[in-house]
Design a protein. Structure first.
Ligand SMILES: Nc1nc2c(ncn2[C@@H]2O[C@H](COP(=O)(O)OP(=O)(O)OP(=O)(O)O)[C@@H](O)[C@H]2O)c(=O)[nH]1
Ligand SMILES: [Mg+2]
Length: 327
């Protein structure tokens, strides 16, 4: 039976996906419950929503002090990108410009002490950015390295004027923790050092609005050995930010797939994002565990199939596919 979920429900669901605090999550789940069509086909969804709501309500309110704040930021949206760089590189300014979050942006170094997440819109999806404290000689808290290890992608952020020093500092200090940042697609060196983590990164150069920026960039290209293919940007003028968004989406290695209910137009507003190479079965599980269990067949329109082709769970999807699951 089809669940016939409404656009209002989908919108609340998207708010849930973008929610960061427990309060925001609770509000979105309550709205999803209000908006879900009440019939037999959605009984499981309703029960699932109710149990998630009561679980969130039971959660004790976060106490500050005693055990200190938690630093782990759960992944949301199409992927999690952490901002890594020396002090004053412009990390917080990027998160402030590109998301609704408002981390402190300051002229003095070491202004950021906590991880601050925000959602960056890219076309019809959003990508999670996490502002981090700087990498510096003085002190880096161990959880910063953990955040780098668990992220999907790193934005290595340095200013145009001190890009070389910035790159050297980050390389050295992360190296002490056996972490190496490498251009996307070139993570694995020919001879990887045993026990090291090679993390894909996009090199972001800030301050493109400054008078000497372009000269500084040329110098960087001549001197740096790693083929970074950097993204120059300005958080002041906004230059380069759109291109950075596109490269980041591509670097995440995910694709957008759209769902469609039988007899209806596809929902082209709210794609699901899945790792490249995912199958119809992966999509069904992502939508709902129950849907995967009751799966009969699917029809696919788009690059991976001829129009309306009937497929099974093993069918590999492609970016832009529209999928209609029958159960
Ligand atoms: N002109 C110009 N100034 C920038 C740009 N990005 C950041 N700034 C300025 O650079 C200073 C540092 O910016 P932040 O975003 O606080 O730097 P940060 O990397 O978060 O610094 P820490 O939190 O100490 O690691 C601020 O005064 C910003 O206004 C940019 O693209 N152009
Ligand atoms: Mg900062």
């Amino acid at each position: 039976m089809s669940a016939n979920l409404t656009p209002a429900y989908r919108a609340a669901e998207e708010r849930f996906r973008a929610a960061i605090t427990a309060e925001e999550k609770l509000a979105a789940l309550e709205e999803m419950l209000r908006e879900v069509p009440k019939h037999k086909g959605t009984e499981k969804i309703q029960a699932d929503l109710k149990s998630r709501i009561s679980k969130l309500r039971r959660q004790p309110k976060k106490k500050t002090g005693a055990r200190g704040p938690t630093h782990h930021i759960p992944r949301e949206g199409a992927g999690q990108v952490v901002l890594v760089g020396p002090p004053n590189a412009g990390k917080s300014a990027l998160v402030a410009r590109l998301t609704h979050a408002s981390p402190e942006v300051a002229e003095y170094p070491l202004s950021t002490r906590e991880a601050t997440p925000g959602m960056m819109p890219f076309e019809d999806v959003s990508i999670q950015l996490v502002d981090l404290p700087p990498i510096c000689e003085e002190h880096v808290e161990p959880w910063v390295y953990d955040s780098i290890r668990t992220a999907d992608l790193v934005w290595l952020v340095v200013t145009a004027e001190s890009s070389l020093e910035g790159l050297e500092l980050v390389d050295r200090l992360l190296g002490e923790k056996a972490i190496a940042l490498a251009p996307v697609g070139r993570e694995g060196p020919d001879e990887p050092r045993p026990g090291w983590l090679y993390k894909p990164a996009v090199l972001v150069i800030t301050g493109l609005d400054r008078p000497d920026a372009r000269e500084d960039l040329e110098l960087l290209d001549q001197l740096v050995e790693v083929p970074w293919d950097e993204s120059p940007v300005s958080s002041v003028s906004g230059e380069g930010l759109e291109e950075l968004g596109r490269r980041t989406f591509e670097a995440l290695g995910v694709m957008r797939v759209y769902s469609k209910q039988p007899g209806k137009e596809p929902d082209l507003e709210q794609p699901f994002t899945l790792p490249l190479g995912s199958t119809v079965g992966d999509l069904a599980r992502l939508i709902h565990q129950d849907l995967a269990a009751k799966f009969k067949f699917a029809r696919v329109w788009g690059p991976s199939a001829f129009d309306g082709q009937k497929v099974q769970t093993s069918h590999v999807l492609e970016e832009g596919d529209v999928v209609e699951i029958h159960f």
